[in-house]
Ligand binder design. Structure first.
Ligand SMILES: NC(=O)c1ccc[n+]([C@@H]2O[C@H](COP(=O)([O-])OP(=O)(O)OC[C@H]3O[C@@H](n4cnc5c(N)ncnc54)[C@H](O)[C@@H]3O)[C@@H](O)[C@H]2O)c1
Length: 345
């Protein structure tokens, strides 16, 4: 029998990639989310087309969520639906808490009530860790916190999911904590690579404020492969608890300026103009998480090098191309699945 996955948040960026990745592995995929963003990957890559069920359900609506689960009858649930933006969290804290906390509660309860489900994954973030300063990489047992509504709501969802899983008040499963990812089809604002692609296609200079800020870069496929490895290979009775870090590798660090220099060498980017407007505001140190537990327990590690990650994320197709983005994503998935030479050693 073909395994059936229910992905919540399948109309978003990670959800669209995950739907195509699962499909490419021969699985059946259903989704539950709000409408896709205009011009986003979901619509441009025609993802709805090969889903078993493509449902528009608000995770805050408990009865609707339970009804949807009973209709889909999945084997696995991957819960990614969230109000996922830090800035939107400040604008609408109530909506952010309702979606991220109550929404997750509804998913955990719906899983419990759906007989077909054998395992589930609750996606939180690296931002759940309490900022203890000092630039150390966080491990799963570190204290959680959150200095803004998005981070605090995700930390609350994370603690709640752990409680449900540990006390067996829902189906077995795991919590996964990842960081920012990059990949084709991301239309988010205020993120370097989408901003860079927009400035090239619009002929406008790219404004950068923190040229020396360094960030680890992880491709969305490395992150999703990590999530699926946890679901397939982690032991739900592991005394280390249900939470797993799935972060970028320590060797994947690049400054903003270096990303720009890297892009300029690629075909189509030579005309990129950059306007550096330094600001006095301090940029918070980018935090890092230690994913050694997943590496030790079942050998998961990022496969793509830093250069390959950026090169893949900067590959574009014309907006006019009907099938171009879907083909691009599928060809990147195919090369990710076969290209063991790209593994970071
Ligand atoms: N993208 C990243 O770099 C990143 C980093 C860390 C964690 N995450 C987490 O990964 C998950 C996916 O992130 P993304 O970047 O794809 O986000 P996204 O904003 O692109 O997608 C969010 C998805 O959630 C759905 N959603 C939002 N509110 C909903 C509601 N009330 N009911 C039903 N569905 C709702 C949207 O319709 C969409 O499908 C989120 O849980 C996010 O917190 C993302």
């Amino acid at each position: 029998v073909v395994p059936h996955y229910l992905v919540t948040g399948h109309t978003g960026f990670k959800g669209s990639w995950l739907s195509l990745l699962l499909k490419s592995r021969g699985h059946t995929v259903s989704g539950l989310a709000l409408d896709p963003p205009i011009g986003g990957l979901f619509d441009r890559a025609g993802i709805s087309f090969d889903m078993e069920h493509d449902l528009r359900v608000d995770v805050r609506d408990r009865e609707e969520v339970i009804r949807a689960f009973k209709r889909v009858k999945p084997d696995f649930v991957i819960h990614m639906a969230a109000q996922a933006l830090v800035r939107e969290g400040y604008r609408d804290p109530l909506g952010t808490y309702e979606t991220n906390v109550n929404g997750t509660l509804n998913i955990l309860q719906a899983s419990d009530q759906t007989d077909s489900i054998t395992s589930q994954l609750i996606v939180t973030t690296d931002k759940v860790y309490r900022d203890s300063g000092g630039g150390r990489s966080y491990v799963e047992s570190d204290p959680l916190g959150g200095n803004d509504p998005y981070s605090a709501s995700k930390a609350a969802a994370d603690i709640m999911a752990q409680e449900f899983l540990q006390n067996q008040r829902t189906k077995p499963g795991f919590v996964v904590r990842g960081g920012n990812v990059v990949g084709a089809g991301d239309v988010s604002r205020d993120r370097l690579i989408p901003d860079l692609l927009r400035s090239v296609s619009g002929g406008e200079p790219l404004i950068i404020r923190y040229p020396n800020a360094v960030r680890p870069w992880q491709h969305v496929l490395d992150c999703l492969e990590g999530y699926l490895s946890v679901l397939a290979r982690a032991d739900s009775r592991d005394p280390g608890g249900p939470a797993w870090n799935i972060g970028p590798s320590n060797q994947s660090i690049f400054s903003v300026q270096q990303v720009v220099e890297f892009a300029k060498k690629l075909r189509g980017f030579s005309a990129l103009e950059v306007d550096v407007q330094p600001t006095h505001l301090a940029e918070t140190d980018s935090l890092s998480i230690d994913s050694g537990r997943a590496q030790r327990a079942f050998g998961w590690e990022n496969r793509l090098t830093r250069d390959r990650t950026l090169q893949m994320a900067l590959t574009t197709v014309g907006r006019e191309s009907e099938h171009g983005l879907r083909e691009l994503v599928n060809s990147q998935i195919a090369s990710f699945e076969t290209d063991s030479t790209s593994a970071v050693t």
